[in-house]
Design a binder for this molecule. Structure first.
Ligand code: SAH
Length: 340
């Protein structure tokens, strides 16, 4: 609930307006029950617990990387579905990567999150709790959020926008839009809607190929929203918001790592301030696609043509930290147990 909704709901229970703020503040500290709201009367706490619940997520598994301190949570939702959240520790602050859906229906050929299709959208509360509970459990202060976990945020945009309003709230986590990144596989109407709103978040676009043919092969979304139109929407986005777009590019051996593709990216991005983030492909067991061995060459070729290109540092390799991998394993284990 937003602060206004909470205040109204408490008002209906005969409570004064300040109670809404009180409960909102408690919730955003990551409490897991009304019991913990110690400055609220026992009576009201009990009344609240009769009608509402707080803890939508419970930790099914938690893995901590020995190598870099990355923490991965596998959460169980109230309906038994599972999602993942990753907490990464960087010099510039702690970043939480959250899921926006249970599964995904976008079908990217290299992605583990989409293998079982989409089960359902996450609510704004379920997105918020990923941040709150990861923070409370780890004892680490979260300063940045990336919507780069399981799911396609633009396929659940209403709930995502509601989540953004909640984390941005001064009485809540108060995380500034500039500390939030939203990643999309290129759902153009979503990009346009976000541009209209003019939010100051960072938009990441999963490009993965600059030419329609290759992109359609590895990303079915390209058949609905062609990369040529996507580049136009990105330009418009930059003009409307003044925010540079970050293009993600997972390097796949023999598919999207050729010199001519680097040249085409440079051509398409000319005159548009942006940044290309090259991602070493994470090997997904079910996929025949393999990591490229040309990442540095590709980066240099882009740089020589004036495109800012970085290579993403890989964290949490020892704990299946990339999106969808842990959930896949948990689902498989669940199936094996059922069959036994
Ligand atoms: N649905 C959104 C956000 C989730 S995925 C999107 O597509 O952008 C976050 C990023 O991880 C995307 O850029 C996605 O393409 C990338 N990704 C998915 N599987 C990957 C893999 N096996 N190796 C490297 N990056 C991958």
């Amino acid at each position: 609930m937003t602060l206004e909704e909470l205040t109204a709901a408490l008002g209906e229970m005969g409570e004064p307006a300040f109670r809404g703020k009180q409960v909102f503040t408690w919730l955003h500290r990551g409490v897991r029950s009304f019991e913990e709201m110690s400055d609220i009367s026992k009576d009201l706490r009990e009344k609240l617990a009769e009608t509402y619940w707080v803890d939508g997520l419970t930790a099914a598994r938690k893995l901590v990387s020995q190598a870099d301190g990355t923490v991965k949570y596998l959460w169980e939702l109230q309906d038994g579905n599972c999602i993942e959240t990753v907490l990464m520790r960087y010099h510039h602050g702690n970043t939480v990567c959250i899921s926006s859906q249970v599964g995904c229906r976008m079908g990217c050929a290299f992605c583990a999150s989409t293998l079982g299709g989409k089960v359902r959208d996450l609510t704004a509360g379920e997105m918020l709790e990923q941040v709150l509970f990861a923070q409370a459990d780890s004892g680490l202060n979260v300063s940045n959020i990336v919507l780069m976990g399981i799911g396609e945020p633009m396929d659940n945009l209403d709930n995502v926008l509601r989540f953004l309003e909640l984390v941005n709230h001064p009485l809540g986590l108060h995380i500034g839009m500039r500390h939030i990144s939203l990643s999309t596989c290129g759902v153009i109407p979503g990009v346009r809607r976000l541009a209209e709103l003019g939010l100051q978040l960072t938009l990441s676009v999963s490009l993965h190929a600059p030419d329609s043919e290759t992109r359609s092969r590895i990303m079915p979304v390209n058949r609905a929203y062609d990369v040529e139109e996507l580049f136009v929407a990105c330009r418009d986005y930059f003009e409307k918001t003044g925010r540079r777009i970050s293009f993600e590019y997972a390097m796949i051996d023999g598919v999207n790592d050729m010199d001519w593709q680097a040249d085409l990216i440079a051509k398409k991005l000319r005159g548009m301030p942006g940044h290309v983030n090259l991602i070493p492909l994470n090997d997904v067991a079910e996929s025949p696609l393999k990591p490229s061995r040309r990442v540095r060459q590709f980066q240099q070729r882009l740089e020589r043509q004036g495109v800012t290109a970085t290579v993403r540092r890989s964290l949490g390799g020892d704990i299946d930290a990339s999106c969808g991998q842990l959930r896949r394993k948990a689902m498989e284990q669940g199936r094996e147990e059922q069959n036994q």
